[in-house]
Write a protein that binds this ligand. Structure first.
Ligand SMILES: Nc1nc2c(ncn2[C@@H]2O[C@H](COP(=O)(O)OP(=O)(O)OP(=O)(O)O)[C@@H](O)[C@H]2O)c(=O)[nH]1
Ligand SMILES: [Mg+2]
Length: 429
């Protein structure tokens, strides 16, 4: 099965906590702090490989977690770093952050990688909190929080040339005549249900990739046909070959077909409708040479400025000319697939300018509430049974202007102050 879209949840590893330990030495009753730092949590990384063709695996597994870092240890030893989780995806996969809708990275080359969730930083051990007045810090920093994120993976095939047209006009027949691909060909609509790729070897070193997608029909851009879902697979192509059943073998008018397909393209995106188009009138074998149908269609499209090529994909007549025209068009354009620009920017909480700010508020129940990113971090590292640790928290609040703010709101000795779900009584020293 060809699966070209998936939604998964990823989570990086939590950072390991810093250790609270003290040296134990013979004849030294109370050694200094020697708690090491926690290890960093693992990242979640996407990596592109040509070994994978679809996003099918992601239908069955939806949650992906990297390993957490280990806690620091005594004797200043670091905790082990959590292992990164590398998730393999097909080349051509666009990694999107669902919440913001922003592209994290378009993985178009073999081996392209993106870190999509960053592991939490390891917490500092208590050795870092020793100073002249605090000889035996009974606290350490907690490990950094993991990042959790919903990810949309969208596979957009990478090909140089895209085949477009109504169903049953001979797109797959053309692909099979010009490449070693063997797509299904049959006399009914939507024979092709998933895209096929084929490599055209024109001259010695000149080759290019063609993508054959299911037929488009009127209303495809509104999702009425199969077409819409697959137009994205020709988005990255540089040239379109627009195939029309010029013989009108199903009773339709080739000019109307041509206009309708172009209408679909322009509804879908300007990018698509702006691509160079080679217009091919297929199934000429059913008509006498220079039949008025061919001439009428040719006149119509050439007046619009398109190059026109008559062809019979069934007999092979004209196939080579179409391929040469596509090649010449490709030669005029910069090579390489169109890449979607990365838009997403990582922000550690600490990189947010507001992270270091403290906010005080007077809650309805008369309690003074403190909030702040860094405050919460220090709060979660606090050992509430330890005077030194509480002191550290208090000094932080005071240095950041938290006490001043609360006093402005009316704070007096004996009032209650709350941080998250922890309450304590305020007493000025
Ligand atoms: N007479 C004639 N028949 C053709 C020609 N090209 C294709 N056909 C026939 O047209 C029918 C449709 O061909 P396909 O190649 O499957 O058409 P398609 O555009 O890929 O169709 P979908 O995948 O359904 O969109 C088949 O029965 C082919 O044998 C041609 O040049 N002449
Ligand atoms: Mg087909």
């Amino acid at each position: 099965m060809f699966v070209d879209r998936a939604r998964i949840t990823i989570r990086s590893g939590r950072g390991g906590n810093g250790a609270v330990t003290f040296r134990r030495e013979p004849f030294v009753p109370e050694g200094g702090p020697d708690g090491g730092d926690g290890g960093k949590g693992g990242d979640v990384i996407f990596e592109a490989s040509t070994r994978y063709r679809t996003l099918m695996d992601f239908r069955y597994k939806r949650k992906y977690h990297a390993e957490s870092g280990e806690a620091g240890m005594k004797r200043k030893r670091y905790g082990k770093k959590g292992q990164d989780l590398v998730i393999m995806v097909p080349v051509g996969t666009v990694v999107i952050d669902e919440e913001s809708g922003l592209v994290m990275k378009d993985l178009v080359h073999e081996g392209d990688r993106v870190i999509a969730a960053r592991g939490g930083m390891g917490g500092k051990g208590n050795i870092h909190f020793k100073n002249s007045v605090r000889q035996a810090p009974n606290f350490a920093e907690a490990g950094g929080e993991p990042e959790e994120r919903d990810i949309i993976l969208e596979l957009k095939l990478i090909a140089d040339v895209g085949l477009i047209g109504f169903p049953n006009v001979g797109k797959s027949t053309f692909l099979s005549m010009s490449t070693s691909a063997r797509p299904k060909i049959a006399n009914y609509h939507f024979t092709t249900r998933t895209p096929n790729l084929g490599v055209v070897r024109l001259h010695d070193d000149d080759d290019f990739v063609i993508a054959d997608i299911p037929g488009l029909i009127e209303g495809a851009h509104q999702g009425t046909g199969l077409g819409l879902d697959f137009l994205k697979h020709v988005e990255r192509t540089r040239v379109l070959i627009h195939i029309v059943d010029v013989a009108g073998s199903e009773g339709r008018d080739p000019i109307r077909d041509f206009d309708q397909i172009n209408h679909e393209l322009s509804q879908y995106s300007e990018k698509l409708s702006g691509k160079p188009q080679i217009v091919v009138g297929n199934k000429t074998d059913i008509l006498p040479e220079n039949d008025s149908k061919i001439l009428r269609f040719k006149k119509y499209v050439t007046e619009k400025g398109y190059a026109f090529y008559p062809m019979s994909a069934a007999t092979g007549a004209g196939v080579r000319e179409v391929l040469n025209a596509a090649w010449q068009e490709l030669e005029k354009l910069p090579s390489g697939p169109e890449i979607e620009e990365a838009e997403f920017e990582f922000r550690r909480p600490a990189e947010d300018p507001e992270y270091r700010e403290i906010h005080a508020a007077l809650a309805d129940d008369g309690v003074y509430e403190l909030s702040g990113g860094q405050l919460y971090k220090i709060f979660s590292s606090t050992n509430f049974n330890d005077y030194g640790s509480l002191r550290y928290l208090y000094n932080y609040i005071k240095d950041r202007g938290g006490v001043k703010q609360m006093k402005k709101l009316g704070l007096k000795d004996g009032d209650t102050v709350r941080i998250r779900d922890f309450e304590f009584v305020f007493e000025e020293e």
